[in-house]
Design a protein around this ligand. Structure first.
Ligand SMILES: CCCCC/C=C\C/C=C\C/C=C\C/C=C\CCCC(=O)SCCNC(=O)CCNC(=O)[C@H](O)C(C)(C)COP(=O)(O)OP(=O)(O)OC[C@H]1O[C@@H](n2cnc3c(N)ncnc32)[C@H](O)[C@@H]1OP(=O)(O)O
Length: 194
């Protein structure tokens, strides 16, 4: 059963965006956007450590292996953790558009339980853009990239400036991030749009 809410239906003036000329090449492993990110950072021992690759066109793929720390029921992944994996994969589409955007709305269908130890094969794509609104969709499959769907999601991301994080983030972490040349370089890569 899947029914998208009205907020996730692109308006009639929505367009199909183009992949940014500086987007990572298809097959390229996309590094973490922030080392302390719960979804993709190496600095979080219980994080998802999601590994994301650029796909063709407006698509991306990712893998996440469910760890014991991710349980919601004995031996099964927590639904919120699975949603995080989808959110992180959908967020990584930012790299293809070279746009900084945050999740505004995210709707998840949980289709099959996902046992601990399972590698979730995720795939996401941008479906439409209308002004600052970016519409996207994702699936998580088990057993392989062509395996049965365990989770799927539709999302609306909203474009923001890098300043969004500087303004809203706790100063302690912002200070550390801004003193890290690698982090500043990653953030700057998004500020240069054609
Ligand atoms: C120095 C450190 C830098 C670190 C950053 C470095 C690099 C980052 C770069 C890239 C990152 C790459 C990968 C990221 C991967 C994964 C990240 C995971 C993603 C997340 O996990 S991210 C956290 C959760 N996320 C939030 O923390 C958002 C909280 N929220 C807000 O910050 C505001 O709420 C905001 C900004 C969303 C909107 O606020 P706003 O004032 O800018 O805009 P406004 O309200 O006018 O909305 C404009 C149009 O969007 C429509 N709209 C808005 N919200 C909607 C909703 N919920 N449902 C339906 N429609 C919605 C309106 O209806 C209007 O539509 P219309 O134009 O048609 O009227």
């Amino acid at each position: 059963m899947s029914g998208r809410s009205a907020a996730l239906q692109p308006p009639s003036d929505a367009v199909t965006p183009v992949r940014h000329p500086d987007a990572p090449a298809p097959g390229e492993l996309i590094g973490s956007h922030y080392g302390e990110c719960f979804g993709c950072g190496d600095g979080q021992p219980h994080g998802l450590h999601l590994r994301v690759r650029a796909g063709e066109g407006l698509g991306i793929t990712a893998e996440f292996t469910v760890q014991p720390a991710h349980q919601g029921a004995p031996g099964l992944a927590h639904g919120g953790v699975l949603t995080t994996a989808l959110d992180e994969t959908l967020g990584s589409l930012n790299w293809l558009l070279r746009t900084v955007a945050v999740t505004g709305r995210l709707e998840t269908d949980f289709v099959r339980p996902v046992p601990v130890g399972t590698t979730l094969h995720l795939a996401a794509e941008v479906t439409a853009v209308a002004g600052r609104k970016i519409y996207s969709t994702a699936t998580g499959r088990i057993g392989g990239p062509g395996g049965p769907v365990a989770v799927r999601a539709d999302a609306l991301f909203i474009e923001v400036k890098v300043d969004h994080f500087v303004h809203h983030g706790r100063q302690e972490e912002i200070r550390v991030a801004m003193n890290d040349p690698d982090q500043v370089r990653r953030a700057r890569a998004f500020e240069v749009n054609p």
